[in-house]
Design a protein around this ligand. Structure first.
Ligand code: ANZ
Length: 800
């Protein structure tokens, strides 16, 4: 006997819709709150893939449990609907990005509903909706007015194919993360957000949140705090100087040359005439290399001598100034002092170009390789005899005293590039006036609506499509002519604060009511892919920290607990996707053929939530068989169902409630399912099925398989209302004692045997069993048994 998933699933989805079952009264503060958040999807043209339901089902399970436990649960869903993927797809298929996006949103919503997710759809948001992006623009405006969002000239990752600038985390091996198009470095006027100003706060906050340690570590590395010194070198014969950033001020006596990044502003000024051709050629070549290529450790070092010399401030020695692409213009000061004896890159470079190598620490063999370990200082005047840290401190003091250096903290984190020369994003609410002033729009001018265009494609050489709408671009502010900014915000804008808006999605006065934010923040559980470990999750933390500083939100850290779901691989363990279309599984097909409950339970049963695991069609079929088995028990065994407990299922039931309750809390959902399977097996063996226990099971089961759960609840037990707000089952620790216990047998106080007996067996039964043992008979045969003492579940003492 199998169940008709199509009928059941449709019926319950309709019921939930009609009854607003999952509506959250956000102002009901009478119950404890629980805010569970999914990373909202890009509404791409492809629809949901099997990776989406994995994380989404996990949050759905915990939300369903929390409702039964009496929490007021906020479980919203929305769409990250601005950004490159939707726009690229729209252009390539001749669609209008807005209509196309709205169509995709409809598809996604339909699909999510067919999966039985218990979202409160009344809280739905879309980042491309003007009522939403009004507030994205408002936040940007605050950042701009506070000097944290600004326009600067900087080298950026330019992707010609996509016609836009990309953030560092969107470039992988010199190619765009989306599409795999070549990316080059080029100088451009850019909107940036000064996320570096928040580096310390972002580091500190990591110690206060329950996140995977590996994700915290990735964020720490991405922020890359480095404590060192800035040292000033003057250029011999010029009225010019440059600063270098070094973590090894102690090695200054071993600095035998300096290197400027090819883009460094001094290069043209100090290059001697005879070196100019070489230097220019080198600069040109460096411009076409990605940062990754440039910093590649094993890469052969290249460079060009400028002909100029710098003065080492600590000993007045003249050292040659080179340019080389292994020095990045965007890190530190874009210039280094090179210490070939103690730095591998410098060693390679100096060896190749025949530059002097002076050891300043004892240890290693400088004729073979750089010595990067700790040691005692030599060849270093006042540092001689000191170890590394002492020498660093002493040198920094000396530099500060002589006004040629200071202690300095440097972060690897870069400014967050915050504009694209593309159409499908939030317009930046800034006008540049004829007089050169840049001003933000007034609050009452927001949202600044993205105008419709005829041609959405990127302009040539970095011009934004919005440039085409000159009526929109040209404005007058207080009688002064001005032009609107025509680049738009990146995809990361809306996703940096959307979790705040769900709490109060229709508020037109503020981004969300403060009282509500105070009650609902932080998000209790956030589930999403590990690919967002640094990008989105760092940006969102920064905006939230900033809004906290502004008094807009009440907590510094928005996401209390974070979990990453693992990747679902193809049957053969290879990543599903474009390159292997044969391994793509469409969730719609699974829902159609096996049902949403099967898909949900299967994905939760595949393995630990956080692990990557291969898809298995056989696994899907097996899961469906189990659901049929559950259904069969409830439909064919009704005559065994009883109102009074005969206790035969006590132990397995209470064990199941305990295990499933705990496992949902820790998101060990696969083992929760295993335990429910054990329960069902025991039910099939039992003579009587205690109805209270079956009901308790259905409540737990319904978190995983909500349609079948509701169906059993209403048809088998004649319940009139959804089980969504039924009471979560409880368990009794006393019932969990073992089935069998070990009993010790003594004869005249001496241990003679041990045996296993059903837990709670009667004294007579234990006595009989003990006396029948061969090991006991040896001592009792032919003797008079004077007394038998039984201590329940533990011991039998026979006195002869
Ligand atoms: C002298 C020195 C001697 C260095 C030595 C290291 C070892 P972290 O820890 O990553 O901050 N550096 C500084 N700016 C650079 C740039 N723009 N491009 C490439 N390299 C740069 O690394 C700091 C060290 O990296 C600095 O300390 C500098 O080399 C180099 F035995 O200065 B060091």
């Amino acid at each position: 006997m199998v169940f008709n998933h199509k009928k059941i699933e449709k019926k319950w989805q309709q019921y939930w819709d009609d009854h607003n079952t999952f509506y959250t009264d956000i102002r009901d503060f009478s119950k404890p709150k629980y805010y569970a958040l999914d990373m909202f999807p890009y509404p791409s043209g492809i629809g949901l893939h099997v990776g989406h339901p994995e994380g989404y089902t996990a949050t759905d399970i915990i939300c369903r449990k929390k409702r039964m436990e009496g929490f007021n649960v906020l479980h919203p869903m929305g769409y990250d609907s601005f950004g490159l993927p939707a726009e690229q797809y729209a252009i390539s298929t001749g669609n209008n990005p807005k209509d196309f996006t709205n169509e995709n949103i409809k598809t996604f919503t339909r699909q999510l509903k067919t999966l039985g997710m218990s979202y409160d759809w009344s809280k739905e948001i879309a980042t491309s909706d003007p009522s939403f992006y009004k507030w994205t623009q408002w936040i940007f405006k605050q950042l701009f007015d506070d000097g944290l969002a600004k326009c600067v000239d900087m080298p950026v990752n330019w992707c010609e194919e996509l016609g836009t600038v990309l953030a560092n985390d969107e470039v992988i091996d010199g190619k765009s993360e989306r599409g795999g198009y070549p990316v080059i470095r080029k100088n451009m006027r850019q909107w940036v957000i000064d996320i570096v100003a928040y580096a310390e706060k972002l580091l500190d906050g990591l110690d206060t949140i329950d996140w995977p340690e590996s994700t915290k570590e990735m964020q720490r590395n991405w922020i890359g705090k480095s404590i060192g010194a800035s040292v000033t070198f003057s250029v011999d014969g010029y009225d010019a100087s440059f600063d270098v950033f070094t973590t090894r001020a102690d090695t200054l006596f071993g600095a035998t040359y300096c290197v400027l990044a090819p883009e460094h502003e001094l290069v043209d000024k100090i290059t001697t005439t005879d070196k100019k051709a070489d230097v220019d050629a080198y600069k040109l070549a460096a411009a076409s290399k990605s940062e990754i290529e440039r910093t590649e450790l094993n890469k052969e070092k290249t460079g060009a001598f400028t002909g100029a010399y710098a003065i080492n401030p600590v000993n007045g020695k003249k050292v040659p100034i080179w340019i080389s692409d292994y020095v990045l213009s965007t890190y530190g000061t874009g210039a280094i002092m090179a210490v070939p004896a103690h730095d591998e890159r410098d060693y390679e470079f100096a060896t190749k170009f025949g530059i002097e190598i002076i050891p300043v620490l004892e240890g290693g063999d400088i004729s073979k390789e750089a010595f990067v370990g700790d040691g005692v200082h030599i060849n270093s005047d006042f540092l001689n005899g000191l170890g590394k840290q002492d020498a660093i401190d002493t040198m920094i003091n000396w530099l500060e005293e002589h006004k040629c250096g200071t202690k300095k903290i440097n972060y690897r984190l870069r400014e967050w590039i915050f504009a694209r020369q593309r159409y499908w994003g939030e317009p930046i609410p800034v006008v540049t006036l004829e007089n050169g002033n840049q001003i933000s729009l007034r609050d009452d001018e927001l949202p600044l609506i993205l105008p419709a265009l005829k041609d959405y494609s990127p302009g040539k050489g970095g011009a934004s499509p919005l440039d085409r709408d000159q009526d929109w671009v040209n404005v007058e502010v207080d009688g002064i002519k001005g032009k609107r900014e025509t680049s738009t915000m990146p995809g990361s804008a809306g996703s940096s604060w959307y979790f705040l808006r769900y709490i109060d999605p229709n508020n037109d006065e503020v981004l969300a009511d403060k009282e509500l934010l105070k009650h609902w923040l932080p998000v209790d559980l956030y589930i999403g892919g590990p690919e967002h470990a640094v990008g989105h999750l760092l940006y969102a933390r920064m905006w939230n920290n900033y809004l906290y500083d502004k008094g807009v939100v009440p907590v510094k850290e928005p996401f209390k607990k974070l979990i990453h779901q693992g990747m679902i691989l193809g049957e053969n363990g290879i990543k599903m996707g474009k390159r292997f279309p044969e391994f793509v599984v469409d969730p719609d097909d699974i829902v159609e053929q096996f049902g949403a409950d099967t898909l949900r339970v299967y994905e939760m049963f595949m393995g630990p939530l956080e692990a990557s695991k291969p898809w298995s069609h056989a696994g899907v079929e097996g899961t469906r068989k189990w659901l049929d088995r559950v259904y069969r028990l409830f439909s064919e065994y009704q005559d065994k169902m009883v109102e009074t407990n005969n206790h035969s299922l006590d132990r397995v039931y209470h064990a199941t409630v305990k295990k499933v309750s705990g496992d949902i809390e820790t998101l060990n959902l696969n083992t929760a399912i295993s335990q429910m399977m054990i329960f069902i097996n025991e039910c099939y063996k039992a003579d009587e099925l205690y109805i209270e226990y079956l009901k308790g099971f259905v409540k737990m089961f319904a978190c995983f398989a909500p349609h079948l759960g509701e169906e059993l609840w209403s048809t088998v037990f004649n319940e009139q209302e959804s089980l969504t707000y039924a009471d979560w089952p409880t368990y009794d620790e006393k019932m969990l004692v073992q089935d069998e216990v070990e009993i010790i047998v003594q004869v005249n106080g001496k241990l003679r045997a041990k045996f296993m007996m059903a837990n709670g067996s009667s004294d007579d039964a234990i006595k009989e069993e003990a006396l029948a043992l061969d090991a006991v008979k040896t001592y009792t045969e032919g003797k008079e048994i004077r007394k038998v003492i039984v201590i329940k579940n533990k011991l039998v003492n026979i006195v002869v």
